[in-house]
Write a protein that binds this ligand. Structure first.
Ligand code: SAM
Length: 291
């Protein structure tokens, strides 16, 4: 609202949009045409590293003004960016590679923009975790993204121990200078036999995706130092349930169905026959389920 010759004039100010733009994780052909257009048309590009992203911009003929927003200045820059959005400027946010916010800056900005009900629009593209999962050949119906494990061995083993029984595929990022010690800790906690995949230098010249037991992958990397260069995603098969656990779950499933129609002792006896389980154990379980 502003005053003009003593008359109140209402000005409806259009707010700007915050675009969260994914960029290539190696291969420049993976920048989508939509991303190029948004980066060209935005009033401002907020980039994790302006020198790094300057090369991407030059390659695609993007001349939009660029400012640096990274982990160390994001808290101070966010209020300024929010003011610009409120003033109608559109901002494209990019990290060095891949999808912003995924082990990358951007969370405070997106959080603040959404808190102010400003439009936040995703421009999707590569994300190393998803790219790796798509070719790993490990179950992908349920998975856990764990980002970077703790850098020190003690807390790292502790984190792995918390995940040891998780039946979902586990996805980790790791830097080249820690990948060997990380694998050693994985072997120690998950066991040398756990199936795993190392996905290295995805979409780049030396892209390598190798699946084997954790123990074998550790030996492979120990003996071939060429493979220790570049960027890594490590994926682990989730914990397998033992035959006994599977049988128990099946017996419980049958028991639950029968309990909806039959008294406890009859349901337990019938479920034991169907699932080949012990009647007295199912009787105890039935009492528990009923209560
Ligand atoms: N935001 C990015 C994304 O969407 O994947 C991740 C950024 S994080 C700072 C960088 C880590 O991602 C690397 O250390 C590596 O673990 C993984 N990464 C990125 N690019 C990769 C590639 N081309 N191949 C394998 N891993 C990659």
């Amino acid at each position: 609202m502003r005053l003009e010759s003593g008359v109140e004039v209402f000005v409806s100010q259009r707010v700007g949009t915050l675009y969260i733009v994914a960029t290539p994780i190696g291969n420049l052909e993976d920048l989508t045409p939509r991303a190029v257009r948004v980066l060209k048309e935005a009033d401002l590009i907020a980039a994790e590293n302006t020198r790094h992203s300057g090369k991407l911009a030059a390659h695609f003929g993007i001349a939009t003004r660029m400012i640096a927003v990274h982990d160390h200045n994001e808290r101070e820059q966010v209020p300024r960016l929010i003011e610009s959005l409120k003033a109608g400027k559109s901002i494209a946010f990019i990290s060095d590679a891949g999808t912003p916010l995924v082990s990358d800056p951007g969370f405070p900005l997106v959080r603040a923009a959404r808190a102010e009900s400003l439009p936040v629009v995703p421009i999707p593209g590569p994300c190393a975790a998803i790219v790796a999962l798509s070719v790993a050949g490990l179950p992908s119906d349920r998975f856990v993204f764990e980002g970077f494990p703790p850098p020190k061995s003690g807390p790292r083993r502790q984190r792995f121990a918390e995940l040891c029984e998780d039946p979902r595929t586990l996805v980790f990022y790791e830097s080249p200078h820690r990948v060997l010690e990380c694998l050693a800790d994985m072997v120690a906690v998950f066991g040398a036999e756990r199936e795993a995949v190392v996905a290295r230098e995805l979409t780049k010249q030396f892209e390598t995706v190798r699946g084997d037991s954790l123990g074998a992958l550790e030996v492979w990397l120990q003996t071939d130092s060429e493979q220790l260069r570049g960027e890594f995603v490590i994926l682990l098969h989730g914990a397998e349930r033992t035959e006994q656990q599977v049988a128990q779950a099946e017996a419980e499933r049958v028991l639950r169905i029968l309990l909806t129609e039959l008294p406890v002792s009859q349901a337990a006896a019938l479920a034991a026959k169907i699932a080949g389980a012990k009647k007295n154990e199912l009787y105890e379980l039935a009492l528990l389920l009923k209560s």
